[in-house]
Design a protein. Structure first.
Length: 136
């Protein structure tokens, strides 16, 4: 579905007896239109809304990567994703406990703690989530 009407997910799943994929719920980027100017934090909240409503959200970047006066957007022509939804900026004043949740095998692995500041993580497996908790 190309919509962000997450409130319909349960009804649609029951009606069609299929998983609901919210395709292009919006875009993280700097497009003047409201569909493509979300911050990374706003985009992340859309993923949470899609998941908590029983669906799956998809994502794209729409940052203006002009080169030589020509517009190039990742969603239309490929290239380098320039968004930051896979990075966190951990607030000062705490150390953070980091856990890798394998959502397929339902296991939780403790990872090394993280200090405040920029935190980036490349997932070593598919179907996983990352839990980062202040360990004050």
């Amino acid at each position: 579905m190309q919509t962000s009407q997450f409130f319909n997910a349960l009804r649609w799943r029951k009606q069609y007896k299929k998983p609901i994929l919210f395709d292009e719920v919006r875009y993280e980027g700097d497009v003047d239109s409201n569909w493509g100017n979300m911050s990374a934090e706003e985009m992340t909240s859309y993923f949470w809304m899609a998941g908590l409503s029983g669906g799956y959200g998809t994502h794209g970047d729409t940052f203006d990567n002009r080169a030589g006066g020509e517009e190039t957007r990742w969603w239309g022509k490929g290239g380098t994703l320039v968004g930051k939804t896979i990075c966190l900026d951990l607030p000062a004043g705490a150390v953070y406990k980091v856990e890798l949740i394998d959502t397929w095998s339902m296991t939780i692995d403790q990872l090394p703690d993280s200090k405040p500041g920029k935190f980036a993580f490349k997932t070593p497996i598919a179907h996983c989530a990352l839990r980062v908790i202040s360990a004050r």
